[in-house]
Ligand binder design. Structure first.
Ligand code: TYM
Length: 321
């Protein structure tokens, strides 16, 4: 089974990235042939400063390794080090109806935010389909916001297979974990860099982390009154870093009343701090060892490229190029 996923180097990873994609990817590396990459070509749609992009790629590679990505078990590379992906993206563009892309919610969202769209932003899902299909991927661990892009990938692969031959491209399945499908941000909307509502997994200081957690929006129920744990952002965030027993205790305490939201936020802060403490330590060591990080990415690119060549040869042969 080939497992594959990607993440954009568009800033430091937040809890949504970690629990939606990085943690499941790290768990899945025990269960199959795992392929993970840093999507720098995708980040070009929004990051236009080359130094910032380079630094973001580097930081994200270190963050992912610190969190437990094991290069002995997973192939880990930077997307642009396997340029065959852009070749496949073009070929797939020629089987993708415009309507597929016009329907994409993430594109429509960006336009609604006032971003003037480039062709790259519009074609973004085709490049993502190429990322996945270039490696014969079976399973793609992602957050719920990527569901539509995965559906598009499946549709594009089917169109390609209908036109050029059955079973040429492997149809992938998304894997979305219920508990972290959409991790809420400080304002209750999806946690996202572009909404400025994120908690990074490695906030600079404990003080900054605590300050952010204290900012999570809550309703105005008085301290002494019972509170509803259903659909509470606090409970949702706590579930990510606490045991089921600890979550049940917090839920009981909500229902009983007599405790203010500030107390729960303190527990969430401590939960997040403790969850990432060993990874933070590992990160500090990796920052000092850039030769190791370079070696991992070079090695990963070499392995990924060998697989990519196999698929691109099959595809070129099928289309007549
Ligand atoms: P990106 O970089 O925005 O996010 C990386 C991963 O984090 C997940 N995620 C979340 N999950 C739960 N709750 C949240 N609040 C939250 N925010 C982000 C995303 O769902 C994603 O899994 N297009 C992709 C990158 C990509 C890719 C691919 C993914 C490029 N090629 C091929 C899979 C396969 C993206 O922008 O993710």
């Amino acid at each position: 089974m080939r497992i594959l996923s990607g993440i954009q180097p568009s800033g430091r990873p937040h809890l949504g990235n970690y629990f939606g994609m990085m943690q499941p990817s790290i768990l899945l590396q025990e269960q199959g042939d795992a392929f993970y990459f840093i999507a720098d070509y995708h980040a070009l749609t929004s990051t236009h400063d080359p130094e910032v992009l380079r630094q973001n790629v580097r930081d994200l590679a270190i963050d992912f390794l610190a969190c437990g990505l094991d290069p002995e078990k997973s192939t880990f590379w930077v997307q642009s080090d396997v340029p065959e992906v852009t070749e496949l993206a073009w070929i797939l563009s020629c089987v993708t109806p415009m309507g597929f892309l016009e329907r994409c919610v993430s594109y429509k969202d960006k336009i609604a935010q006032g971003i003037s769209p480039s062709h790259g932003l519009f074609a973004y899902p085709v490049l993502q389909a190429a990322d996945i299909l270039l490696f014969d991927s079976n399973v793609v661990p992602v957050g719920k916001d990527q569901k539509q892009h995965l559906e598009l990938t499946r549709d594009v692969a089917s169109k390609f297979n209908d036109r050029y031959g059955e079973d040429l491209l492997v149809i992938p399945e998304p894997q979305i974990r219920e508990v972290a499908a959409t991790v809420p941000g400080l304002d209750g909307r999806k946690m996202s860099k572009s909404y400025d509502n994120s908690i990074e997994i490695f906030e600079e200081t404990e003080k900054k982390l605590r300050k952010k957690v204290m900012k999570i929006v809550t309703d105005t129920t008085a301290v002494e009154d019972p509170k509803d744990p259903t659909d509470s952002y606090l409970i949702q965030l706590y579930s990510l870093v606490a045991t089921p027993e600890e979550v049940a205790e917090m839920e009981d305490s909500f229902r009983a009343g007599g405790t203010g939201y500030g107390h729960y936020k303190q527990q969430i802060f401590e939960g997040i701090r403790d969850h990432f403490a060993p990874m933070r330590e590992k990160r500090e060591k990796l920052v000092e060892d850039s030769a190791y990080v370079d070696g991992v990415l070079e090695d990963g690119a070499r392995k990924a490229r060998a697989k990519a060549r196999e698929v691109i040869d099959r595809v070129r042969n099928a289309v007549g190029c």
